[in-house]
Design a protein around this ligand. Structure first.
Ligand SMILES: Nc1ncnc2c1ncn2[C@@H]1O[C@H](COP(=O)(O)OP(=O)(O)O)[C@@H](O)[C@H]1O
Ligand SMILES: [Mg+2]
Length: 250
């Protein structure tokens, strides 16, 4: 069965500021959606609300996974159901070894029972693919990682988690062009009927490498326009202002 993530009339607040104002979105396993939007439009808020960030409160609407509301579920429960978030600003966690974290992700999130040595040999392939050497496994998660390394480390976590719905929040920002290609190739290699991607991005750049099936424009807490890849090209040419003007004139 193909899983469906459906967001219906979602309203959410953080610290009394309304950040989502009636957002609708439906994503099916196997699809790649891009969510583009200007700074401050609510892209990260959407990602956080999907993963049950404790500071964000849903005030109206629902998030349904295969028809069931997940609003009452904690972050770890949502992760076990197959939701994943790659952070825009990954957090440093001193004392938590990257290697142990990856192992815990695999065992806790998807019940992986691969023997340790076999698990780490797979992980080492993923690391190499993302341009890391093995020494990173014994380092603290993200601590002292460069901006690009933090972003690439999110992709290693994604490969280990194997979610049904992967939300990647501006994974492209802060990557140089070579790293962007490496990350895009990794995403493309994972593409398939088992996984959906929600690529949150400010720029069209990553979408040249990872072609989305659908492009959505998020402005002021709601999706104001959806279309195919040509919508991303239009934004690149005309900027977000053109969309906002079209909205105010409508
Ligand atoms: N903790 C917070 N308190 C108050 N306002 C916030 C907080 N976090 C985010 N915001 C505001 O919510 C809006 C949406 O932010 P965000 O979702 O991060 O946008 P984007 O990711 O699209 O740039 C912005 O106006 C931002 O300043
Ligand atoms: Mg953001």
């Amino acid at each position: 069965m193909v899983s469906v993530l459906k967001i219906v009339d979602l309203h959410a607040k953080v610290e009394d500021k309304e950040v989502l104002k009636g957002l609708n979105l439906e994503v099916k396993q196997g699809e790649v959606h891009a969510i583009m939007g200007p700074n401050g439009s609510g892209k990260t808020s959407l990602a956080y609300v999907l993963m049950a960030h404790p500071r964000y409160k849903v005030t109206q609407g629902d998030i349904l996974l295969d028809g069931q509301s997940i609003l009452a579920l904690r972050t770890d429960q949502r992760a076990k159901l197959g939701l994943f978030l790659g952070f825009q600003y990954p957090v440093e966690v001193p004392g938590l070894r990257f290697g142990s974290f990856l192992r815990t992700l695999a065992t806790e999130v998807r019940g992986d029972k691969t023997p340790l040595s076999q698990f780490y040999s797979q992980v080492k392939q993923n690391l190499a693919r993302l341009g890391f050497d093995e020494s990173f496994l014994s380092r603290s998660l993200n601590e002292g990682f460069s901006g690009g390394e933090k972003k690439r480390a999110e992709i290693v976590q994604l490969m280990v988690s194997r979610p049904k719905f992967a939300v990647l929040d501006e994974t492209d920002s802060g990557l140089d062009v070579d790293a962007l290609k490496v990350v895009s190739e990794a995403i493309n290699s994972m593409r398939g009927p088992e996984i959906a991607f929600i690529l949150i991005t400010h720029y069209q750049r990553i979408l040249k490498y990872v072609r989305p099936d659908v492009v959505h424009i998020l402005v002021d807490g709601r999706i104001v326009k959806s279309g195919d890849y040509s919508l991303a090209e239009e934004i690149e040419r005309k900027g977000y202002e053109s969309i906002k003007e079209a909205m105010t004139n409508a």
